[in-house]
Design a protein around this ligand. Structure first.
Ligand SMILES: O=C(O)CCC(=O)C(=O)O
Length: 308
């Protein structure tokens, strides 16, 4: 399938990037992160990774891939990344439309000697629609129990893309240091991948530092193997979802107060502080309410002041 689709290379042309995304399920845009921001992201990630390791709260998977979780609480540079480049939002809108919210933001650091991540689609929670067969109950879906196939099976279809993932490359991403692997065209397979199968058609997304690698929620991908002895591949991910889908991270609850208090209106919108639509008279769009009232201002249980 990859030969038919062709190699995705870094580009600065967003129309080419959109065509790559439509056809291959992912794209690479170079020169997106401002140089000074990339420097700060790198310094922050190196420090945070070492500090979490020192404190024995580091999270590692696949041997030596260290995940720095919920990075918005771990340095202003990560929040800056959310709005630093119009290109990123133009690309997210290309898949999701005008309304979307951040679902989570993390930093996977592929270290020497790691192993390949389980091949997966980020939208593992949308079922494959197979003819007349009943779909699973959505609340029962888990990463481990989705219907999987290593092959493309014609006739199957997945939900529309409702998630887009951005990988901001803080260092170069190379075949040698564990660049993200993609199965081109897999977003159209209608299936989820078998996590541990060998994917001969998977290709690394090689990208210079400062790029944006972007894929839609149905595309099969995995952290690659870092075969170097001394290079750490640093990236920051942002997953955006359509506005009616529950974000993985509840930002209004989980942001540290010093971060939440400084958010701009646009950042609040992206982090799901605003209403999208709602039933009942709190937040109905016709009322042009942007926010639910905070708990302290909500109407509670009431009794009439006088009863005759
Ligand atoms: O680390 C990578 O290259 C890929 C990360 C990934 O698979 C994900 O965030 O879903």
């Amino acid at each position: 399938m990859s030969e038919a689709i062709g190699i995705v290379s870094p580009t600065r042309d967003l129309e080419i990037a959109k065509a790559n995304l439509d056809e291959a399920g992912y794209c690479i845009i170079s020169g997106v992160i401002p140089a000074d921001l990339r420097g700060r992201l790198r310094a922050r990630l190196v420090d945070q990774a070492a500090a979490e390791t020192d404190a024995s709260i580091d999270h590692r998977q696949d041997g030596n891939t260290q995940w720095i979780a919920n990075v918005l609480n771990k340095g202003a540079a990560f929040l800056e990344l959310l709005t630093c480049a119009d290109e990123s939002h133009e690309m997210v809108r290309h898949v999701l439309g005008d309304d979307y919210v951040l679902s989570c933001s993390n930093a996977p650091i592929a270290g020497p000697g790691n192993s390949r991540m389980a091949m997966h689609a980020d939208q593992f929670w949308t079922p494959s629609l197979e003819g007349d067969r009943p779909t699973p109950r959505l609340g029962d879906i888990r990463f481990s129990n989705v219907a999987k196939s290593a092959e493309f099976e014609p006739g199957h279809s997945l939900f529309p893309a409702c998630m887009v993932t951005l990988m901001w490359t803080v260092t170069d991403f190379t075949r040698a240091n564990g660049a993200t692997l993609f199965v081109p065209g897999s977003h159209r397979s209608g299936m989820q991948p078998q996590h541990d199968a060998t994917f001969l058609d998977a290709v690394p997304a090689e990208a210079p530092a400062g790029s944006l690698i972007l894929w839609e929620g149905r595309t099969w991908h995995a952290t690659g193997i870092n075969r170097t002895t001394d290079e750490f591949r640093l990236g920051v991910t942002q997953n955006f979802v359509a506005p009616m889908i529950r974000p993985l991270v509840n930002y209004p609850y989980s942001l540290r107060s010093e971060v939440a208090e400084r958010l701009s209106e646009r950042e609040k919108e992206l982090l799901g502080f605003t209403t999208w639509t709602a039933y009942g008279n709190e937040g109905v769009p016709a009322q042009r309410m942007r926010y639910f009232k905070p708990a302290s201002a909500q109407t509670g249980e009431m009794s009439p002041t006088s009863r005759d």
